[in-house]
Design a protein around this ligand. Structure first.
Ligand code: M6R
Length: 596
């Protein structure tokens, strides 16, 4: 996730662009850059925050320009990888938010025809492609280049030969036009525009915008004009940063379909990674803390199921004190931030013990991505709420991909089966959206839990770590005491605590543990506990034995943790909201825990 802005008007573009860009810093902040078109194109960019660019760059005169704040996905944060990127002639500058899936193939083609690349980004192919079609004029060249590009993007481009305009396009990445008087704006998100205008037009997928001082002309990819009435935005700036949601946590939960989709993008063939998984280990160890540890626990089941490789999940903070065993497992470290001290310590220890280390993190260039031997990025975008939500589902997505890849390498999965699983993965965003559509119903249920003191979560197999995650979400943001138990364990002790005052939340989706779960549900029911079950759509039996059910879409059992956890996140959110808690910044907690 990156932020892009564009300006064409009568005022000096430079300071307007940088000021607007700061409103998008929540979308990424590892490098920033600006390009102004006047007698030529001038680009200034660097690694670091926008404030760093402001301090070091010289304001360039000119009334048309583009600017970018980066969240690195391809190529680490550096001056070369920062946007805008230039073509070979230095006359065309381009910024991009998204991922170009076929960038490797396009890069090879463009290099073969003489284009010289200066960065490691996927983005740079786009500006060279536009250069290769430059005889069609800027708009025509963009239009032709888009035919070659696969992936998600919002682009904005300027050209020294057409200094009055910015050409932009969108597919699966946000883009909005702001309409002013004698000046017009472009941005990834409304907060960047609000200082200047509240009249906006949302650009849709596969549309091209030509922005100049006089207005914004939108066409579809076939060149047909698009007429869309501007909307008036009534949000305050703070509302706008949260995209109209009351809290970042809720916004981030609603971004989960996109987080899954983006994490899956372009992950078909990475030959270097495949060979990494081929040999040199007999078992896998997953290490992490907090929510990432719950992803690791789910990962154990996924890896054992798909790759048939013995797998353990351990808390990173505990691993460091265990004795080094004789074997050398493949150590997979999960961390949203990539900066958690306990997980970093575990990575160093695993390296010291001679293990292969593989990181799954949301932050490129983070300490963990530097210390582990290989890294897979989740592409959830910046997560601001302290409670991990969209990064958790992105971690699960990465674990499915990892298990498929290891399964292919170890021969436990055939290509056909792997493709079928990937197809199922591609359906997950829709399943998550179906749960999000139930948010008003879940909010209604939340009232019943807001007054309670203790809640128990129960689940079996894949439902158990998801029960743990549900309990963690509830306790960290609503301060209600919540514990999770493997449902079969209740009778070995915790049942003593259960009664009419202790609601139980049971994960009871349709899988091979379902019948046993029903028995466990009856056990708590017999002690008078009010029961909420998370079940599978179409299940006619569950509603007869529990008080309430949140139904989630029927997906293959291995993938059920994803829609189920979304329901639990929404429940925790609404309970905390009803209780008036500080949801995005819960007491005593920090987003990134850099102490042991
Ligand atoms: O950045 P990490 O994934 O390494 O963070 C690990 C935990 O600190 C984190 O998941 C924490 O438990 C969250 N507050 C959970 O919502």
């Amino acid at each position: 996730m990156c932020g892009i802005v564009g300006y064409a008007g009568y005022r000096q573009a430079y300071s307007i662009l940088l000021d607007s860009l700061k409103r998008l810093e929540y979308r990424g902040y590892d490098s920033a850059g600006v390009a102004i078109v006047g007698s030529g194109v001038t680009v200034q960019k660097d690694k670091g925050y926008i404030s760093h660019l402001e301090e070091t760059a010289e304001p360039t005169p000119g009334t048309v320009g583009i600017a970018h704040t980066r969240w690195a996905t391809h190529g680490p944060p550096s001056k070369e990888n920062a946007h805008p990127h230039l073509d070979c002639s230095g006359e065309i500058a381009l910024i991009h938010n998204g991922i170009i899936e076929n960038h490797m193939e396009l890069r090879a083609r463009l290099k073969a025809s003489g284009h010289v690349f200066r960065s490691e980004t996927d983005t740079e192919v786009a500006v060279h492609l536009i250069e290769s079609y430059a005889s069609d004029g800027l708009e025509g060249a963009v239009r032709r280049a888009l035919q070659d590009i696969r992936g998600s993007y919002a682009f904005a481009v300027i050209h020294a030969k057409e200094p009055d305009k910015v050409v932009a396009a969108r597919n699966e990445s946000p883009l909005v036009v702001g309409l002013g008087t004698d000046e017009n704006f472009l941005a990834s998100d409304v907060p960047a525009l609000l200082k200047h205008t509240n009249r906006v037009v949302y650009v849709m997928d596969r549309e091209i915008v030509v922005l100049n001082r006089e207005g914004a002309r939108i066409t579809d990819y076939e060149g047909r004009p698009v007429a869309r009435e501007p909307q008036r935005i009534t949000w305050t700036l703070e509302d706008a940063e949260k995209g109209g949601f009351e809290h970042f946590m809720l916004k981030e939960i609603f971004e989960e379909p996109q987080a899954i989709h983006d994490t899956l993008l372009g992950r078909v063939a990475e030959p270097e990674l495949n060979s990494f998984f081929r040999e040199g280990y007999t078992n896998v160890k997953l290490l992490a803390c907090g929510t990432s540890y719950h992803a690791a626990l789910v990962g154990k089941y996924i890896l054992e199921e798909l790759a048939r490789v013995p797998t353990t999940a351990e808390l990173a903070s505990e691993y460091r004190y265990s004795r080094a065993p004789a074997d050398r497992p493949l150590v997979v470290l999960l961390s949203q931030s990539g900066e958690t001290a306990d997980t970093l310590g575990a990575c160093r220890e695993a390296n010291r013990r001679g293990c292969k280390t593989f990181a799954i993190t949301n932050i490129i260039g983070s300490s963990l991505s530097r210390e582990a031997q290989r890294t897979m990025l989740t592409r959830a975008g910046l997560e601001i709420g302290v409670a991990a939500t969209k990064t958790f589902v992105a971690q699960l997505t990465a674990l499915y991909l990892l298990a498929i890849r290891i399964g292919l390498e170890r021969g436990t999965l055939g290509v056909e089966e792997a493709n079928r699983l990937k197809e199922e993965l591609r359906r997950l965003p829709r399943a998550v959206q179906a749960v999000l559509n139930e948010a008003p119903y879940i909010e209604g249920l939340a009232h019943e839990y807001a007054k309670t003191r203790d809640v128990y979560f129960i689940g079996r197999h894949l439902g158990y770590p998801i029960a743990m995650e549900g309990a963690l979400k509830l306790k960290e943001i609503s301060y209600i005491h919540a514990e999770a138990y493997a449902a079969g364990e209740m009778k070995h002790g915790p049942l003593a605590l259960v009664g009419a005052e202790t609601p139980v939340i049971a994960i009871a989706t349709r899988d091979h543990t379902y019948e046993k779960m029903l028995s466990n549900i009856r056990e708590v029911d017999a002690r008078g506990a009010p029961i909420l079950a998370i079940g599978t759509e179409g299940d006619k039996d569950l509603g007869k034995v529990v008080d309430n059910v949140i139904y989630t879409p029927a997906v293959p059992p291995l993938f059920a943790p994803v829609p189920v956890v979304v329901a639990l996140q929404l429940l925790a959110y609404h309970v905390a909201r009803i209780r008036g808690c500080s949801i995005d910044k819960p007491r005593n907690l920090a987003k990134s825990v850099t102490v042991e």
